[in-house]
Ligand binder design. Structure first.
Ligand SMILES: Cc1cc2nc3c(=O)[nH]c(=O)nc-3n(C[C@H](O)[C@H](O)[C@H](O)COP(=O)(O)OP(=O)(O)OC[C@H]3O[C@@H](n4cnc5c(N)ncnc54)[C@H](O)[C@@H]3O)c2cc1C
Length: 421
C-alpha cells in the first residue's frame, strides 16, 4: 500500500485534514488538480464569519491566527483583514434593511486573503511532511475493504495509487464522491454559475459594507451583491449568480447598464474577473462509508465556508486516526457533521423556503416590505438562515398595518407561512 491516507483536494478542508494527520505522524498524500497554489481559481467572497455558534463554534481573530474557541482549533493567518461593518438589503426603490453591530462600530465579518491563506497552509503542510501530487486529477477509484484504490491522471498518464483511508475534499461539484457512490441518496438541486468582478469607480456604495440588491428590476433571480475587496477603499467586488437559463454575464450587463444601479456604474472600470460553477446537492447526511469520508463542500448543501472547511478537516483527521486505531471515528464524525451545520437541520429546507423574498413578491411589494424595516437595526449576522428570519421578524412587527394597508401582500405572507391567518 502506497499511503496510509490519501486526500483529494487542497482546499481548506483537505489542507487542514492533511496538516492534522501529518502532525499526528500519519503518512499522508494530497492530490490536487491545480499545478500550484499561486492562484485562486474559484470565485469566493472570502469572509470570516464571527457569529456566535456559527457551525457550532465561535471564531475569534487573534494576532497572527484564527482561534475556534469551542473546539480549540488554531490556524495561523497573517494576511490582510478587511472589516465589514454593515450589511444592507436594498429594494428596487432603495428602501434599505440594515444589519449591523453596535450601530456600525463593531464588524460583523472580515474579508480575508484566501489565496495567501491556502498557500501558507500548504507550505506548513509540506514542512510537516505532507506529500503533494499537484497537477493531478483524480478520476475515480474503488474501496476494496482492505485498501482503497485511487485512479489518477498526471501528465496525460493514468496510474493507480492505494491507501488505507481516503478523504475526499474535492469541493462542491462532488464528482469523485459520486464515483465512490457517496451521492447515491442525495438529490441534486440545481447548477448555479457565479461571476465575480473586481471593479473601481462604482459610486454610491459605502466602503466596508456588504450590499444585496433584491427585485426583478436588478435583472437577477437571486440578489446581485456588491461588497468590499482586499484592494482598499473605492474598489469593490460585484458578485452575480445565474443559471444555465440566465447566465451571469447577461445579468451583469443588465445590472450595470439597465437596472436602478446603472448610474452608479457609469464610470466604473473592470479590474479582474473570476468565476465558478456550483452543482448543488442536498447535504450528504452520511458522509462516511467503508474507508471513505467526504468532507467540506463536497458533502454539503452548497458550502461549508472556509472556516467550516477547516473544522471538517480537523475533525476528519481525528476520525481517520480513530478508525486506524480500530475505534469508531467515522460515526463520531457523522454525528458532529449532522449536528453542527445549519443545512443539516431537519427543518432547514422548510424554514428557508418560508423565508423567500425574491420571486414571491413583486418589486412594488418588496419596496413596501423593506420600507417597514427602515429605522430598525437588525443584528449583524452573516448566517444565511438567521438573516431572513430577522427580516421577517421585523416585518411582522407591522402585521396589523400590512393586513390593513396591503391585504394582498398579507395574503401572500400567509400562503408562504410568513404570517398567521
Ligand atoms: C461565490 C462564492 C462565494 C463564497 N463566499 C465565501 C465567503 O465569503 N466566506 C467563506 O468562508 N467561504 C465562501 N465561499 C465558500 C468557500 O469557497 C467554500 O465553502 C470552501 O472553499 C470549501 O472548501 P473545500 O476544501 O471543501 O473545497 P474547495 O475550496 O472547493 O477545494 C477543493 C479542492 O479540490 C480540488 N479538486 C477538485 N476535484 C479534484 C479532482 N478530481 N482531483 C484533484 N483535485 C480536485 C480543487 O482544485 C480544489 O483545490 C464562497 C463560495 C462561492 C462559490
Amino acid at each position: 500500500m502506497n499511503h496510509e491516507c490519501i486526500i483529494i483536494g487542497a482546499g481548506p478542508a483537505g489542507l487542514m485534514a492533511a496538516l492534522k494527520l501529518a502532525e499526528a505522524g500519519v503518512r499522508v498524500l494530497v492530490i490536487e488538480q491545480k499545478i500550484n497554489m499561486d492562484k485562486l481559481n474559484r470565485a469566493c467572497s472570502m469572509q470570516f464569519i464571527i457569529d456566535d455558534d456559527y457551525e457550532d463554534d465561535v471564531l475569534k481573530l487573534e494576532d497572527g491566527k484564527l482561534v475556534f474557541t469551542k473546539s480549540g482549533l488554531e490556524v495561523p493567518y497573517d494576511g490582510k483583514l478587511v472589516p465589514v461593518y454593515n450589511k444592507y438589503y436594498h429594494s428596487p426603490k432603495d428602501h434599505v434593511i440594515r444589519f449591523t453591530r453596535e450601530s456600525g462600530k463593531a464588524p460583523l465579518s472580515y474579508k480575508f486573503d484566501k489565496q495567501h491563506f491556502l498557500k501558507s497552509l500548504y507550505d506548513l503542510c509540506a514542512e510537516k511532511g505532507v506529500s503533494f501530487m499537484m497537477g493531478t486529477l483524480v478520476m475515480g477509484g474503488k474501496d476494496l475493504g482492505d485498501e482503497v484504490q485511487v485512479r489518477v491522471m498526471h501528465d496525460r498518464e493514468q496510474s493507480t495509487l492505494s491507501c488505507r483511508k481516503l478523504i475526499i475534499a474535492e469541493g462542491v461539484n462532488a464528482v469523485v464522491s459520486g464515483k465512490f457512490g457517496m451521492n447515491r441518496d442525495r438529490k441534486s438541486a440545481a447548477t448555479a454559475y457565479c461571476l465575480k468582478y473586481l471593479m473601481e469607480g462604482i459610486t454610491g456604495v459605502e466602503n466596508n459594507s456588504w450590499n444585496l440588491y433584491y427585485g426583478e428590476c436588478y435583472r437577477s433571480k437571486t440578489a446581485c451583491i456588491i461588497g468590499p475587496s482586499l484592494e482598499g477603499d473605492g474598489i469593490f467586488e460585484v458578485t452575480i449568480t445565474g443559471s444555465p437559463e440566465l447566465m451571469p454575464k447577461k445579468i451583469f450587463e443588465e445590472f450595470t447598464t439597465k437596472s436602478p444601479m446603472a448610474p452608479n456604474f457609469r464610470n466604473a472600470k473592470l479590474i479582474k474577473k473570476s468565476g465558478c460553477s456550483v452543482k448543488s446537492y442536498l447535504s450528504m447526511m452520511n458522509p462516511c462509508r467503508g474507508n471513505v469520508i467526504c468532507i467540506g463542500d463536497c458533502a454539503a448543501m452548497i458550502e461549508v465556508e472556509t472556516q467550516g472547511g477547516f473544522l471538517c478537516g480537523d475533525r476528519a483527521a481525528k476520525a481517520v486516526i480513530a478508525e486506524m486505531e480500530g475505534k469508531n471515528g467515522f460515526d463520531e464524525y457523522t454525528k458532529w457533521w449532522q449536528d453542527s451545520f445549519e443545512f443539516n437541520q431537519p427543518d432547514h429546507m422548510i424554514v428557508s423556503q418560508g423565508y423567500a423574498l425574491a420571486f414571491v413578491y413583486t418589486d412594488d411589494e418588496l419596496d413596501y416590505l423593506f420600507s417597514l424595516c427602515e429605522g430598525h437595526e437588525l443584528h449583524g449576522t452573516y448566517s444565511q438562515y438567521l438573516t431572513p428570519k430577522l427580516i421577517w421578524d421585523c416585518i411582522r412587527l407591522s402585521s396589523a398595518k400590512i393586513r390593513e394597508e396591503r391585504p394582498e401582500i398579507y395574503a401572500k405572507m400567509v400562503k408562504m407561512g410568513q404570517a398567521e391567518q
